[in-house]
Design a binder for this molecule. Structure first.
Ligand SMILES: Cc1ncc(COP(=O)(O)O)c(C=O)c1O
Length: 395
């Protein structure tokens, strides 16, 4: 018997995640009781805040395999981290080169700084992806020239969940003496990340993607082998080693560290649980729906990501019809536009698959009952919409 589920069922964990109550608990005292400014060095309020930030920085550094605590720069999220990494590295290294390599399926928070760099007269190569969403390492290698400063490749895609081979790209970048940045907004806390082992020089994080608060993130900036130079985007009080001025978001930073620690501690078990739930969802959908296709690589994907195309159904209509499921047909950041997403367009799929994409994002609080409910609702609603289409065509 199906258990009762509370609706709407949240299946949009790539857009954002709820703050885990354990994270909220850890943050709470830094709002009202311990509200000090971490830069106030003359009194206890400041010391308490500073010590909380220091501890959070240490925890994050050790959780991501950074060699030095000072390699963690707190920001407002992955958008800011990506902008600082890309524009900061290109500007600071203008004497070495003007060329930047990234990928067509990156998040807009990477693509837009790339476009801006191009508008300033810089050179940008955006690599294509295969139908499975993966880049070709040989093409990446061939794109590197003597004026290439930076390679930026996301660890996990926010739409199709595809995981690029970060360690292999890091090894190649090292070998060619090029800096390597990765947008790990979707990957952090879901798959193992190790800055040292993966040869990363810069890496972007966002707390709200791993059950931490919104509006806080970090940029990992390598200090040795090589020491990465960045030009800041924000000027002011000289916080974060002059790389990011602005009063630190102490509760947010504490929450981010707690959230990452929990996600890393529970990663293996959670990944297995989500993979099983995703497969269950796929099985139910595939059993009930004809012409269902999976988008993105079959196994090299985030455990909680299922991205499908449902032929002959307009996703906007479908998602409006199933109001009791919180789903997305493209990334939240671009969903205001009606065009197929740039990620889907890059896969080279036929128009049918391109137009009919639905993203399921499963997460920490997704249950088996919710997956079963979602699959049943999708199957019945698609059948109804297809019947309506047929009637419309014949009338
Ligand atoms: C891959 C990726 N990069 C960057 C971002 C932007 O992150 P933030 O919301 O922290 O600015 C997101 C969030 O949608 C994302 O999924």
């Amino acid at each position: 018997m199906t258990q009762a589920v509370k609706t709407p069922v949240y299946l949009d964990y790539h857009a954002t995640t709820p703050v885990d109550p354990r994270v909220f608990e850890a943050m709470q005292r830094y709002f009202c009781a311990e509200f000090g400014n971490a830069a106030s060095s003359e009194h206890r309020f400041g010391w308490v805040a500073e010590s909380a930030v220091k501890q959070a920085r240490q925890r994050i550094a050790s959780l991501i395999g950074a060699q030095r605590v000072a390699e963690i720069i707190f920001t407002s999220g992955a958008t800011e981290s990506n902008n600082l990494a890309i524009l900061g590295a290109m500007r600071a290294n203008a004497h070495k080169g003007d060329h930047l390599i990234s990928v067509v399926t990156e998040h807009k928070a990477v693509l837009d700084p790339c476009h801006w760099w191009r508008q300033q007269g810089g050179r940008v190569t955006l690599l294509p992806v295969a139908e499975d969403g993966l880049i070709d390492l040989a093409a990446l290698e061939a794109a590197i020239d003597e004026r290439t400063v930076l390679i930026s490749v996301m660890a996990a895609n926010n739409e199709i969940g595809v995981l690029q081979d970060i360690a292999a790209i890091g090894a190649l970048a090292k070998q060619r003496g090029v800096l390597f940045h990765s947008d790990a907004a979707q990957a952090a806390g879901k798959i193992p990340l190790d800055m040292e082992a993966m040869g990363l020089d810069l890496c972007s994080f966002s707390a709200h993607k791993f059950y931490g608060p919104k509006g806080v993130g970090a940029l990992y900036v390598r200090r040795r082998n090589p020491r990465v130079r960045l030009a800041p985007l924000l000027f002011g009080g000289g916080h974060e080693q002059g790389l990011r001025s602005g009063t630190l978001n102490v509760p947010g930073i504490v929450g981010m560290a707690e959230a990452l620690a929990l996600a890393v501690a529970e990663m293996d078990e959670e990944a297995a649980r989500l993979t099983a739930l995703r497969e269950r969802l796929w099985r139910h959908l595939a059993a009930g729906l004809e012409d269902l296709t999976l988008n993105g690589h079959k196994t090299k994907r985030l455990p909680g990501n299922l991205h499908v195309s449902v032929a002959d159904v307009e996703p906007e209509k479908l998602l409006t019809a199933v109001k009791d499921l919180a789903l997305s047909s493209r990334s939240a950041c671009t969903s205001a536009s009606q065009e197929p997403s740039h990620v889907m367009a890059a896969l080279g799929l036929d128009e049918q698959r391109l137009q009919a994409a639905v993203r399921f994002g499963l997460g920490r609080f997704t249950s088996e009952a919710e997956v079963d409910y979602a699959a049943a609702r999708m199957v019945s609603m698609v059948a109804q919409l297809r019947r309506e289409n047929t009637v419309a065509q014949h009338s």
